[in-house]
Design a protein. Structure first.
Length: 678
């Protein structure tokens, strides 16, 4: 309500035209003199202001307005399971509440009136309910059902020691959908994301079954140092993810810019691959069986000469230098062939026999995978148990790969504030490489007039008298290169809400890796050429553990402001033992590499011990604000550790006695980064 001020109280300035003097009831007596020619600009405001000011006046006259309560249950629309930690807010006010472990929420001290409720939870669609009436002293019950996001990974992204909604991410993070992993039947999980993430080059290191891949994030950064990215599985650094089953993976994120270095130190300079494994869910126990089978064939073969073509080439080559003598005008004669060809070649020429060595070493490849998964749980306990076996038969004889794996993920809500859980996996792989690609090279270099078997069907070591060539099938039979790996990994975590805004999480993860490579080369192989057999054994045992303490602060600042602060203290330790033995002159070949002590000669013995430890600190602050016309964001990260050294990213440096701090300021909506190095 507006009224005309007293002229005696305010007075009238001299030299001004007649003015309209306004004052607000309930505020200190003030006067403003508005020229009449400006009055037309104020008329729209005079029409609207009495309504709003009247409402403010009514509120001011009531010192303790009557209030009510809104309560209810938040559940998932698809399964009906309760959704703990869902935030329910009253639109237009600062009132909100967090759903408890049973999914129930209570918003107290709500002024009487009609409101709109809004429910939010990461991974679910934001849901609103209108026409919620609150009466004085009454309790209004309103249950909320949240549908699952159709593309969850595009909304919630793992960014290292936490998660963020994609719209709040200021760094370069690439995500790979689970459907892309399942739709590509590959042995190597990394190979399944090839060509799906920009800036990431993935190249297979070999064509043998079980061969790994080489990953480069935004190119090669160092000539001498390693260029592989850092792999993190369920928050714990790992040696790689090649042996993980794609069906055990829930999501894959790749950190590609300087934020990876800011979070993980110099270990993340080549990028970081974050892997989250699949967890159980509330609902009935589900049994899933997944199986597929496939066949492989070589894409093409080299066009090689057959027996008659090779014989004619040999005749013409020797005729050119005067070593093949036949009557004039005769292309081939028995007298000339008898002087030029070996007896086995003459026999093949007379019989019209030709040997396709490529056909002898090639075979049809196949790949078979069988997996079973059991998932389930309730509102407090969730579990996921999976086991599987993958077998792959290579295109070259003597090469195959087998992987067997078991994984268990479990978590339990002990109270409304404390959640504990664990995950463990056992993976065993067998890879037989034989001579490798040398078998194919041997097949290409052999004489098509030679024969692989004698008259009784036994394998011939020398298809021809050529001292440099051996039967490639003999290498397949007598050359063994067996590589086995056993990996045991486990993670324990506890997640405790100290307050509604402060969370403390402890992660402990351990990895045991046992690798053994046994090589046996018999007497009848290309390398030994009939001499005594030799063998070698390489063994590696790696023990590693990681302990993380993470504090996360997420205060509720309303719907238009978001603040998250993370502090980390981490220690990591690794111990690796290596042993190598190579011998020659084995008395019998059936022992292969299992009895090296019986050899006549010990060519070499080697052993080594490698240990390292890492202590790290990290702090990160993310802030975001949402307004109708703009959305400013800021982020800062600080990382320091004692082992590695980060390369500076700008020429602005601040140095103290312990760390070198490098501050980089970006423009616009890009974040500010703080990177530390010892």
């Amino acid at each position: 309500m507006w009224k005309r001020c007293s002229r005696a109280r305010c007075g009238r300035p001299h030299g001004l035209p007649h003015t309209l003097i306004l004052a607000s009831v309930g505020s200190p007596p003030t006067c403003r003199f508005v020229p009449l020619h400006h009055l037309r600009l104020l008329l729209p405001l005079l029409v609207a202001l009495p309504l709003r000011s009247g409402r403010a006046q009514d509120n001011s006259t009531s010192t303790s307005p009557e209030t009510g309560t809104i309560t209810g249950l938040v559940t998932a629309q698809e399964t009906g399971a309760s959704l703990p930690a869902a935030r329910v807010s009253v639109v237009g006010t600062s009132l909100s509440a967090l759903a408890g472990s049973d999914g129930r929420y209570t918003v107290a001290s709500v002024p009487t009136g009609t409101y709109r409720l809004r429910a939010r939870l990461i991974g679910y669609v934001v849901t609103e309910v209108a026409q919620v009436v609150v009466t004085a002293g009454g309790t209004t019950t309103e249950n909320l059902q949240l549908p699952t996001l159709p593309i969850t990974l595009q909304e919630v992204v793992v960014v290292g020691y936490g998660t963020q909604v994609r719209r709040d991410i200021t760094g370069s993070v690439a995500s790979v959908a689970v459907a892309d992993l399942k739709g590509t039947p590959t042995v190597n999980t990394v190979d399944a994301i090839q060509g799906r993430t920009p800036g990431v080059d993935i190249v297979t290191t070999g064509q043998k079954p079980g061969d790994g891949v080489r990953v480069r994030v935004r190119g090669t950064r160092s000539i001498k140092a390693g260029n592989d990215p850092l792999y993190v599985v369920d928050g714990i650094p790992a040696a790689g993810i090649s042996d993980l089953s794609p069906n055990d993976i829930e999501s894959i994120q790749l950190l590609k810019d300087a934020s990876a270095t800011a979070i993980y130190g110099s270990r993340g300079a080549n990028g970081v691959v974050l892997v989250t494994t699949r967890q159980g869910g509330a609902g009935p126990t589900t049994f899933t069986y997944n199986s597929y089978a496939g066949v492989q064939r070589e894409r093409s073969r080299l066009r090689m000469m057959n027996g008659p073509e090779f014989a004619q080439l040999k005749r013409e080559a020797n005729r050119t230098v005067g070593l093949y003598h036949c009557p004039s005008g005769v292309a081939a004669c028995d007298s000339g062939d008898a002087q030029l060809f070996w007896p086995v070649e003459l026999s093949s020429i007379k019989a019209g026999r030709s040997t396709d060595w490529q056909d002898l070493v090639f075979r049809g490849g196949r790949q078979v995978n069988n997996e079973i998964r059991i998932t389930g749980g309730d509102e407090r306990t969730r579990f996921a148990l999976s086991g599987g076996q993958l077998t792959q038969q290579g295109l070259l004889k003597g090469q195959d790969f087998t992987r067997r794996s078991v994984r268990l993920n479990f978590d339990h809500l002990l109270s409304s504030r404390l959640r504990v859980g664990s995950s463990g996996s056992l993976i065993r792989t067998y890879q037989n490489q034989g001579r490798g690609d040398g078998v194919y090279s041997e097949a290409l270099g052999n004489d098509p007039l030679g024969v692989p078997y004698d008259s009784t069907g036994n394998l011939l070591f020398k298809p021809t008298p050529d001292g440099q060539r051996v039967n490639p099938l003999s290498d397949v039979q007598n050359w063994v290169d067996e590589r086995t790996r056993s990996m045991i990994s486990g993670t324990l975590f506890s997640d405790y809400n100290l307050t509604s805004a402060l969370n403390w999480r402890v992660n402990f993860g351990g990895n045991l890796n046992f690798y053994r490579r046994g090589v046996f080369q018999g007497a009848e192989t290309q390398v030994n050429q009939g001499s005594s057999a030799d063998a070698g054994l390489w063994e590696n045992r790696t023990y590693e553990y990681t302990l993380d303490n993470i504090l996360t602060y997420r205060p509720h600042l309303g719907s238009d402001h978001r603040l998250e602060a993370t502090v980390l203290y981490s220690i990591q330790r690794q111990r690796a033992e290596d042993d190598t033995t190579h011998v020659a002159g084995l008395p019998y070949e059936r022992q292969e590499f299992y009895d090296l002590g019986s050899a006549v000669h010990v060519d070499g013995v080697y052993s080594a011990l490698t240990e390292w430890a890492l202590q790290s600190y990290m702090a990160r602050v993310n802030y975001g604000a949402h307004e109708p016309l703009f959305r400013p964001q800021a982020a800062g990260e600080l990382r320091a550790h004692r082992k590695h050294r980060d390369r500076p990213v700008s020429n602005a440096r601040v140095t103290d006695s312990r760390h070198l701090l490098v501050w980089r300021q970006r423009c616009g909506r890009l974040p500010s980064r703080l990177v530390a190095e010892p």
